[in-house]
Write a new protein. Structure first.
Length: 591
């Protein structure tokens, strides 16, 4: 107990001052705390503006980095900062912390599309700022600047127009012209031109359009060429003659293609006859000769008259000149009338030569026969047989002997060179001949009338070896045709071996000339080893080429006779024995 009044009073005053000081200290602490909260709440982030770009890159496996971006920090506010990279859906792809990290980003690795670069300022309460999130989901105190666009484009080729071009392979230079190039969307480093065949084998790589228009397509022979424009990046390999487009490796794009058809000459088709004249003292002229010239495409035309061995007897310039020829003056035998189409520079087209001596580019039409005889008249045929091991006999041949003159008669069968293959004694014997056994080729059946003393009528001789007084009738033609496999179109097909079934489609078969008793399909590898034998086109289109692995397959149509052997899976086409014929092939590339 404090008894001293002064000491007690002093103590009381001191305690009062202490309490007042404590209250002031508490109040000051509260005020400072409140001021801190007010300062924290008063910071409103501002990202300001960024400039640079827009940037446009090609996705080609080469790193693509941005540069030259600047940030205007004049009005920038915020405790934290960085960069945000989004796609065009505002999904966050990356969060470079600073400019150096931003300029180190490889935008090529993102593939094709568009990216956006943003600058961000934010406070510690920001949530959702992470890769995989969307900027629409950010919460807290932050601000995004304007964005800079980064376009990541695929390489693009031009669009070309012109043609299709149709030329005749006739020894005259053929150049394309009028090709136009729309390169408004081209974005590759290098450009050029590629000329391929119909199966994309590279025939040439002209560097410019002028070089393309300088190419002589006549020199390539008959077939189809395709013209392409190419855009590519550095490092492309395989762009060279002899390769296939499928051999190109690198970043490139091809334009659409223009077609160049290199057509062979056609001699047209002629109609009339056959003509049969009796060698006497009367003039014999052909008439009613018709030329169907719709398909004739050569620069020069004319007519050729040959004997049965193709020796040239005359070259009438017009159809009127042909119809003025007196065939009686040629004596007994056979003449053939042809129409001819030919290019510049042809030599050997002259009387006394053989057709085989004509040199250059030319085409003959079908021929019409002029028989100069007095040995009766044959009717029937022409006969068209397929050499397929099945006997082929003449069943409808008939003979009119009204005008026959001579003491002796018989029959002669020759080849198309007038070599005598047989001398059947009667018409029934002729009908019993198996022409299939003679193999492919052409036979002529004649009736012969001759006087005593004639020699040389025997197999192995030529008609020209017959001596004495004789006459041959008109002939009946027997064509012994080889099997034909037809023509197929479609593809070529290119697949990726990826475990997904790969089937061909759109294949068509032109079986107009298919003439065998049996048909089917063959799939081989590029060494002609037989991988499959689908019986129908539907079965071909059901084949899964993905299961064959990487490599090349060929699809063929086959026609074959009854006695074929070796047509089996795991054999080679060379193992097939017997009579058969394959069509052209369609290539299937399995990458």
């Amino acid at each position: 107990m404090i008894n001293d009044p002064d000491l007690g009073r002093n103590y009381y005053e001191l305690m009062k001052k202490y309490q007042l000081l404590s209250l002031l200290l508490i109040a000051l602490t509260f005020i400072v705390s409140c001021n801190d909260d007010e300062d924290q709440d008063s910071i409103i982030p501002n990202a300001g503006m960024i400039s640079g770009g827009p940037f446009t890159f090609i996705v080609d496996g080469v790193a693509d980095n941005v540069s030259g971006i600047t940030v205007d920090m004049t009005d920038a506010v915020g405790t934290n900062s960085g960069f945000v990279i989004t796609n065009d859906a505002n999904e966050i792809l990356g969060l470079p912390p600073d400019m150096a990290a931003l300029e180190g980003v490889d935008f090529d690795a993102a593939g094709t599309g568009a990216c956006f670069i943003w600058y961000i300022r934010y406070e510690n309460d920001l949530e959702g700022l992470m890769v995989g999130e969307n900027t629409a989901n950010l919460t807290g105190s932050f601000d995004l600047s304007n964005s800079i666009t980064v376009n990541r484009n695929a390489i693009a080729a031009a669009t070309i127009s012109g043609g299709p071009f149709d030329f005749v392979v006739d020894g005259v230079v053929d150049n394309v012209s009028g090709i136009t190039l729309d390169d408004s969307n081209v974005n590759g480093m290098n450009t050029g031109w590629v000329i391929t065949d119909g199966e994309n084998n590279i025939l040439g790589t002209p560097p410019t359009l002028e070089a393309v228009e300088g190419v002589n397509f006549d020199g390539a022979g008959v077939g189809v060429c395709l013209i392409w424009h190419i855009t590519y990046q550095d490092g492309l390999t395989g762009l060279e003659m002899g390769n296939n487009v499928s051999d190109l490796n690198g970043t490139y794009a091809l334009s659409n293609s223009l077609t160049v058809n290199r057509n062979e000459l056609t001699g047209g088709m002629i109609e009339g006859g056959p003509y049969t004249f009796v060698v006497d003292d009367n003039v014999d002229n052909v008439s009613g000769l018709i030329l169907h010239d719709l398909s004739i495409n050569g620069p020069n035309t004319g007519w050729v008259i040959t004997d049965s061995e193709n020796n040239i007897l005359g070259l009438p310039p017009t159809i009127e000149a042909v119809e003025a020829v007196d065939f009686n003056a040629a004596g007994i035998g056979v003449c053939l009338i042809w129409h001819i189409t030919y290019g510049e520079g042809v030599t050997g087209l002259e009387m006394g030569n053989n057709v085989s001596q004509i040199d250059g580019i030319f085409a003959l039409s079908n021929s019409l026969t002029v028989n100069r005889s007095g040995a009766g008249k044959l009717t029937g045929g022409p006969y068209n047989f397929v050499v397929d091991s099945i006997p082929d006999n003449l069943s409808e041949i008939a003979f009119d002997g009204t005008d026959v003159v001579g003491m002796n008669t018989g029959w002669v069968i020759t080849d198309d060179q007038n070599n005598i293959l047989g001398t059947p004694p009667s018409l029934d014997a002729v009908k019993g001949v198996d022409f299939d056994a003679a193999g492919t080729g052409v036979c002529f059946v004649w009736h012969i009338t001759f006087e005593d003393g004639v020699t040389g009528i025997m197999a192995g001789n030529n008609v020209s070896d017959i001596t004495g007084n004789f006459l041959l009738s008109n002939s009946v033609t027997v064509n012994r045709n080889a099997l034909t496999g037809g023509s197929i179109a479609g593809g070529p097909f290119t697949f990726n071996v990826d475990g997904t079934p790969d089937n061909v489609s759109g294949i068509t078969l032109d079986d107009t000339n298919v003439n065998g008793p049996n048909t089917g399909w063959v799939i081989t590898d590029d060494q002609n080893n037989i991988l499959g034998l689908p019986p129908t086109l539907m079965d071909v289109e059901g084949v899964d080429f993905d299961t064959a692995g990487a490599g090349v397959c060929f699809i063929w149509h086959i026609t074959y006779g009854d006695k074929v052997e070796g047509l089996a899976v795991d054999n080679n086409v060379s193992d097939i024995s017997g009579i058969f014929q394959l069509s052209n092939s369609i290539r299937v590339t399995r990458n």
